[in-house]
Design a protein around this ligand. Structure first.
Ligand code: ZN
Length: 161
């Protein structure tokens, strides 16, 4: 195969268009990829940016995992009372301190793992974003603890401890 002016023009054109050397070789016919590369080198055709390449490798279609954020109420389900709740004395750091049932010393707290930087689980964090509500909850919690202390003191006294 000889590099006729026509073929050289085609080569230049295709190279400029961003076809790969093997694509060009295929298009021209009767010439190897290496021959094309050699000719490109000899013609001192400018190197191309990778981005300009028209013939892209086929990729698996990108499946979007992005989901439109829903409103917290829709997104976070209310934790069910399933017996994992804890009293004020059993509750540990990292467990949601939101009251789910009872009052005072009998109060049970959610005890689900807390959301980052919050004393509450994700659900209660969202629910209690209203400061007033948070204050009420905190008051309730303190009240519960006081009542518990009173109760246990009375019990100790009645047992003569
Ligand atoms: Zn909670």
């Amino acid at each position: 195969m000889t590099w006729t002016p026509d073929r050289i023009e085609t080569l230049k054109y295709l190279w400029q268009k961003g076809l790969s050397a093997s694509n060009i070789a295929e298009t021209l016919g009767g010439v190897s990829r290496n021959a094309v590369l050699g000719k490109i080198h000899r013609l001192e055709l400018p190197k191309r940016k990778q981005k300009a390449c028209m013939v892209k490798k086929k990729r698996a279609p990108k499946v979007s995992t992005y989901q439109k954020p829903l409103k917290p109420k829709q997104r976070i389900e209310e934790p069910v009372i399933d017996g994992t709740e804890k009293t004020i004395l059993d509750i540990r750091d990292g467990e949601c301190r939101c009251c789910v049932s009872g009052e005072g010393a009998d109060m049970l707290m959610c005890a689900k793992p807390v959301a980052i930087g919050s004393p509450w689980c994700e659900y209660h964090q969202d629910k209690l974003t209203n400061t007033k509500m948070i204050n009420e909850r905190v008051k309730k919690e303190r009240q519960a603890f006081r009542e518990y202390l009173n109760k246990s003191r009375l019990e100790r006294e009645s047992h003569g401890v």
